[in-house]
Ligand binder design. Structure first.
Ligand code: 16G
Ligand code: ZN
Length: 536
């Protein structure tokens, strides 16, 4: 206790104004970096408890604020298989972090250990990383102090993308087992991806070049490093890495990155987009991906998470068919209410695959996707992945092919299961998947964009007095509270053709978000404004 109290005194918590509380949300704790030192120390304590609770398996801690401005930072916990912290424990994180004093902190820590039947004498292990934000240094020091105070084995992987840290957690816990996820090192991650990329492509050719905007975040140097692992004799992959300046923190996520492209619906202004060139953007911690190009005739065309999802589902669905496994493996797609209605229709009616809608936040989508043999999940904002069950992977490896085409399909599926990050959405891995699919199909971005037409849509942010009075049901598609609000929204939606709209409280900002879809752009805009009026 003395050690915990002494450490906490060195990394004090900032008491929030007006009795405000810190809350472990969809992105862990995320806020202005100067509020986070004490928070990170306390998260370190919780990570050690979690490791001890789970038979000394390694727990991950990632320090990042993704697409937020450079002055923000965040801290979140990664579970042993590389997935998000179990929801039940978010409460424990919140209660530990809000302890009123150093002594109170030690008390809550001990109470949690008793209540959760945690043996504090067993070993604990925590592995951690951070993005390129300058504040990361100080937060890592606070984290290390907590691990020291609790006698937890600590491995500092230094600067990483968020998905790399997730990879390393899973690799650490599976090392030396038949289910080994890969070498426990950053190089191991690159080797696994590069090897799977080559296997996925075999003699197929990637056409043209690809410009990758890295939002001046950690994805830039990591992508450059990855490219060194591609054997030039086997694959020619012409990538131009742009917006990869990590030395000037003030440019992080500035007028660039996947979040900018998706919300502004335009290409980053710099470097000046070259018409026709295939382009994509990562976000600040490289777990989101958006594709686009500037068309000489049509202007800017974007291929977002819904497009990546339907592309993956279509390709993998066809492969499973060719592999003769259609009757053995259940394939499904998971989306949120933000998914464009046209994508949902395309997947259900054209691809004939089930679609399930969940609330916003990766943990929800991931969990539901795990219920399929092959679960494709993406948020429209470009975060997502494809999960393969152990049964599916066994089927790819053990099925006896009856024809060269069937063998080819099985080999490609097995390689995809290695290429696609199984722990969390990963911009680098997803980008390689998209490149593989386009190469197999012989498609340009224009071909990809022709599969269906998006319904015109509009997303608005609405400032409200108290967002907490708004509660949702039906995977956030309807408001249950305040009473009568949903009926008013329904009445507005009814006035438009082919329309849909919903309002939900943001989990990351103090605001409401309103989404509307309708037959034309002006109708979508008008509906969004009207529903915003209902909420305001
Ligand atoms: C978080 C979520 C992201 C979601 C976003 C919604 C994770 C790792 N991240 O960033 O998936 O799209 O929140 O933000 O779950 P909002 O609640 O402010 O709309
Ligand atoms: Zn991110």
């Amino acid at each position: 206790d003395d050690k915990i109290i002494a450490g906490s005194a060195k990394h004090p918590i900032v008491v929030l104004e007006k009795g405000g509380l810190y809350k472990y949300g969809t992105a862990g704790f995320r806020m202005k970096a100067d509020l986070l030192e004490g928070v990170t120390y306390r998260v370190g304590l919780l990570a050690s408890l979690r490791s001890r609770k789970l038979n000394s398996q390694a727990i991950g801690v990632m320090i990042t604020a993704s697409h937020n401005p450079a002055i923000d930072n965040g801290v979140k916990i990664v579970d042993p298989q590389g997935d998000m912290l179990e929801q039940e424990w978010e409460r424990h994180a919140t209660s530990l972090v809000n302890a009123a004093s150093d002594e109170e902190l030690a008390k809550i820590y001990n109470t949690l250990a008793v209540d959760l039947k945690i043996d504090l004498a067993v070993p604990a292990k925590v592995v951690y990383g951070r993005d390129t934000r300058p504040s990361g240094h100080k937060l890592v020091t606070a984290l290390a102090a907590a691990l020291d105070a609790t006698e937890t084995e600590a491995v500092d992987f230094k600067i990483l993308t968020t998905p790399q840290l997730h990879y390393l957690v899973r690799a650490t816990n599976s090392e030396g087992t038949p289910l080994s996820y890969g070498e426990v090192s950053e190089a191991g991650y690159y080797k696994k991806l590069a090897e799977a990329f080559v296997r996925c492509l075999r003699n197929r050719k990637i056409e043209g070049s690809l410009v990758v905007d890295c939002a001046n975040g950690v994805g830039g140097p990591k992508l450059t490093e990855f490219l060194k692992y591609i054997p030039k004799d086997d694959v020619s992959f012409d990538v131009k890495v742009v917006n990869d300046d990590i030395l000037r923190p003030e440019v992080l996520n500035l007028d660039s990155g996947a979040d900018f492209v998706k919300t502004k619906q335009r290409a980053p202004p710099s470097p000046k987009p070259v018409p026709g060139v295939r382009s994509c953007s990562f976000d600040g911690d490289a777990d989101r991906l958006i594709y686009y190009w500037v068309d000489p005739d049509a202007g800017f065309v974007m291929l977002d998470g819904d497009r990546i999802s339907s592309l993956a589902a279509s390709f993998i669905g066809d492969l499973v068919e060719s592999a003769g496994l259609r009757d053995d493996l259940r394939i499904g797609v998971v989306q949120t209410a933000y998914a464009n209605g046209a994508s949902t229709n395309y997947i259900r009616q054209h691809l004939k695959l089930p679609v399930i809608c969940t609330p916003t936040g990766v943990k929800h989508l991931h969990h539901v996707a795990q219920g399929f043999d092959i679960g494709v999940y993406f948020e429209a904002n470009g975060h997502g992945t494809v999960l393969f069950s152990p049964d599916a992977v066994t089927a790819f490896k053990k099925s006896e092919p009856q024809s060269p085409a069937q063998k080819d399909a099985l080999d490609t599926l097995a390689a995809l299961a290695d290429l696609i990050n199984q722990t969390v959405g990963d911009a680098l891995s997803d980008m390689l998947m998209v490149e593989v699919i386009l190469a197999h199909k012989g498609w340009t971005l224009r071909d990809w964009s022709m599969t269906y037409s998006d319904l015109p849509n509009r997303l608005v942010r609405v400032e409200v007095e108290n967002k907490d009075v708004f509660r949702t049901t039906d995977a956030e598609r309807r408001l249950s509270h305040p009473e009568g609000c949903q009926a008013e929204i329904d009445a507005e939606v009814k006035k438009f053709k082919d329309a849909r709209s919903f309002a939900r409280a943001s989990g990351t900002e103090n605001a409401m978000r309103v989404y509307a879809e309708a037959a034309t752009r002006s109708e979508a805009n008008e509906l969004a404004e009207r529903v915003a009026g209902v909420v305001r």
